[in-house]
Design a protein. Structure first.
Length: 376
């Protein structure tokens, strides 16, 4: 009797062992193995999406500097002549619209038209100017000044539109600022905007705040940007590095490498030795930070751009996929929104993809098959 029971136990153990071996073999073939977290495969799982070829229509008047005869220098734009989109999504809407965009006109690459312009939408694809707005919300500064690199931020019912100015007029002292500046206007309805405010200005040599991206986490404000004049090449850059500022007051941002404008670390260099960061946008989603980078070929001022998506657990150390989001070579500063899919439970992304080939914007949607090591 004892021998019989032992034999049955032995057979049962053998059966369980065989099933475990079969299961492991299935995992090795990838038949039942779930997506591995926190690895390059997850970072590149978006590569199956098909990018749109339909340009977004943005109908508005681009306004440059006043002409010598006193008349307005304007261009009527639709789907060509736009760059630097910054999009915010409101699940329950804000002032009757779920999507708000700040963007700069750039017809024929003439920077005097590069002035903050506002649009709204309810589906992220079809855009219009909010009724009653006077676009652009910031006029072109006097020659040789210009505006660029807009960014939307929202807090306590107030929308902020930040932008970078070059040789602008100080709104308080009413004199030209010799260098670049970080400025903003605010609105409670997206139509009427406050007087502009100057946060900080800096000399053009040795430092910059290209594509400022402002957000808040807990009680601190963060401002990310791409800076120039890096004297020592780093692991992911040659001349243009990613830096950030952190303050309790949004007006304390100082674009000064000796006063808290600190380097952001990127663990890899997916864009290769011939490229480096050029423009960026950073978004906080649940417990992770996501960064969208548009690159530039070395010393080429934005040409040859590609888009890369990275994430961070602390806002300082980022990891990117080894391949770009899409196989294009004219990518420029783009914008994105993140949301968790109700059906597939993946991290889904909406992308407003800018191209320097004609200065146009495309709308894409795709999913990432994982949560980068942590559930979002």
């Amino acid at each position: 009797m004892v021998a019989t029971i032992s034999l049955r136990k032995l057979l049962l153990i053998s059966f369980i062992f065989v099933q475990m071996v079969i299961s492991c073999k299935k995992d090795e073939r990838g038949a039942v193995k779930p997506p591995k977290q926190d690895d390059t495969a997850v970072l590149e799982s978006y590569l199956t999406y098909v990018p749109s070829t339909k340009k977004i229509s943005l109908m508005a008047t681009a306004e440059g500097r006043v002409l010598p005869d006193g008349s307005a220098n304007i261009r009527q734009l639709t789907d060509v002549g736009w760059t630097h989109p910054s999009v915010m999504y409101f699940e329950n809407g804000w002032n009757n619209y779920k999507y708000w965009m700040a963007i700069t006109p750039y017809p024929s690459t003439i920077n005097e038209f590069e002035n903050p312009t506002i649009f709204c939408s309810n589906n992220g694809k079809d855009w219009k100017e909010p009724l009653g707005i006077l676009n652009p919300i910031e006029k072109a500064p006097v020659n040789p000044g210009y505006n660029s690199d807009v960014n939307l931020f929202f807090e306590n019912g107030v929308m902020y539109c930040f932008w970078r100015g070059t040789y602008i007029q100080d709104p308080i002292l009413n004199k030209m600022v010799d260098g670049r500046s970080l400025l903003y206007r605010t609105s409670t309805d997206g139509v009427h905007w406050s007087q502009k405010k100057l946060i900080n200005s800096w000399n053009l040599q040795g430092v910059d705040l290209i594509a400022p991206s402002v957000l808040k986490e807990a009680d601190k404000y963060y401002c990310y940007g791409v800076s120039t004049g890096e004297t020592m090449p780093g692991t992911y850059y040659t001349n243009y590095a990613i830096r950030k500022m952190i303050h309790h007051d949004i007006h304390d941002f100082k674009v000064d490498k000796t006063k808290g404008y600190e380097l952001v670390n990127v663990e890899n260099r997916p864009w290769g030795q011939d490229q480096e960061p050029w423009h960026l946008e950073v978004k906080r989603f649940k417990n992770l930070w996501f960064m969208l980078i548009s690159t530039t070929s070395n010393n080429s001022y934005g040409s040859g751009g590609r888009l890369f998506l990275g994430y961070s657990k602390d806002g300082t150390n980022f990891k990117f996929g080894n391949r770009p989001l899409v196989n294009v070579t004219y990518a420029y500063k783009s914008s994105f929104e993140l949301y968790e899919g109700k059906e597939n439970k993946f991290l889904n992304i909406k992308l407003w993809r800018a191209s320097s080939l004609g200065w146009v914007i495309f709308y894409d949607e795709f999913s990432i098959e994982g949560y980068f090591g942590e559930k979002v």
